[in-house]
Design a protein around this ligand. Structure first.
Ligand SMILES: NC(=O)c1ccc[n+]([C@@H]2O[C@H](COP(=O)([O-])OP(=O)(O)OC[C@H]3O[C@@H](n4cnc5c(N)ncnc54)[C@H](O)[C@@H]3O)[C@@H](O)[C@H]2O)c1
Length: 325
């Protein structure tokens, strides 16, 4: 048995170490290939034919291939800024499961970063899209349609509030800061979902990212908490509208992770440290964990789930008392 990285295709041959001199025809060895998530990808057998004195290693027989969860599916990943982005972890998990992906970049400042990440992905494409602009959303969807025809899923991993709104007291929130946070962090899910509808004639799955600050007061999260509450409510209304068209809409509520967006929230480092000490699983939430749960929601494994918020936060949200007693 050996550990290996994720594989997207079956190998034709494999080098095999064996003592020389085994004669005849027969199975000499087998191997379980385990991927990064510790699931069996392939069960490989090697058969050797040495009847005429020449050892030939031939035909690895695939015994059992785990089906990839998103094999043959195409989807949109909105919200990669860099390799630490939650959207990037979702993209990596979706690629591992066989999906073909289209990405956006918010503006020219982020283009190079995202382009260099996407460059290594098979069949992926990249177009600009600032989600505060209906025109950009429309031309993004047109470009995707020209490239992909139809899509099967949409990942919305976008949020923004002016930095000054994410420190101090919520009562100081400005009218403009409130409008901006709600527009980019919540309304954009509605706008993107509507624009994606013509590309999803066969149904599909939409996933967005939220945070506990939607329901509980988290220091400094302020107007972003209000925006996440609007986002979670939008998930339920969209799920009800789009369910009859076979489209499911869900949110993943992630624990605090130090990303570009999170660095805008005053005290994020302390929040991650406290999370590690207090959460039932006694660790910090990792992007890859959010990626795997998102893939579950994008795949048919979750076909009975819509309008839901699933927590990937090491159990933090179940706690009542946060201070030691
Ligand atoms: N990091 C955390 O602790 C955490 C926890 C729970 C939920 N989330 C949510 O996860 C999502 C992704 O955030 P992240 O932590 O990966 O940070 P990130 O900074 O990597 O991603 C945020 C993305 O939003 C994009 N964005 C902002 N304004 C935009 C606009 N006008 N048009 C297009 N794109 C825009 C940015 O370009 C960036 O790619 C957000 O919704 C965030 O609220 C994050």
């Amino acid at each position: 048995m050996r550990a290996g990285g994720p594989r997207t295709s079956e190998p034709d041959s494999i080098e095999w170490d064996r003592p020389a001199g085994i004669a005849g025809l027969g199975l000499v060895a087998d191997e379980l290939v385990i991927d990064d998530t510790h699931r069996i990808s392939w069960y490989l057998q090697q058969v050797e034919d040495s009847r005429d004195g020449i050892i030939r290693r031939t035909n690895l027989t695939r015994k059992d291939k785990r089906e990839m969860l998103l094999e043959g599916k195409k989807g949109l990943i909105i919200g990669v800024a860099n390799k630490h982005s939650i959207a990037w972890a979702i993209a990596e998990a979706a690629m591992r499961e066989g999906a073909r992906l289209a990405f956006n970049y918010q503006n020219d400042r982020l283009r190079e970063n995202v382009a260099s990440l996407v460059a290594g992905l098979d069949g992926a494409c990249l177009f600009p899209c600032d989600v505060s602009s209906d025109d950009e959303i429309e031309s993004f969807m047109k470009s995707v349609e020209a490239e992909f025809g139809t899509i099967d899923f949409l990942v919305h991993s976008v949020a923004f509030a002016p930095r000054e709104e994410l420190a101090g007291e919520f009562v100081a929130t400005t009218r403009q800061g409130f409008a901006t946070a709600l527009d980019i962090s919540a309304y954009s899910l509605v706008a993107l979902s509507r624009a994606a509808l013509p590309l999803m004639p066969n149904g599909g799955s939409i996933v967005t990212l939220t945070y506990l600050g939607a329901e509980r007061v988290v220091p400094h999260y302020n107007v972003m908490g209000v925006a996440k509450a609007a986002l979670e409510s939008s998930v339920r209304y969209l799920a009800n509208d789009l369910g009859p068209r076979g489209i499911r809409v869900n949110a993943v509520s992630a624990g605090p992770i130090r990303t570009l967006a999170a660095r805008g929230v005053s005290g994020i480092t302390k929040m991650v440290d406290a999370h590690r000490q207090i959460a039932p699983l006694r660790k910090a939430t990792e992007q890859a964990e959010v990626g795997d749960t998102s893939v579950f929601l994008l795949s048919s494994m979750s076909r009975g789930i819509t309008g839901e918020v699933i927590y990937v936060d090491d159990g933090y949200h179940i706690l009542g008392a946060l201070a030691p007693v």
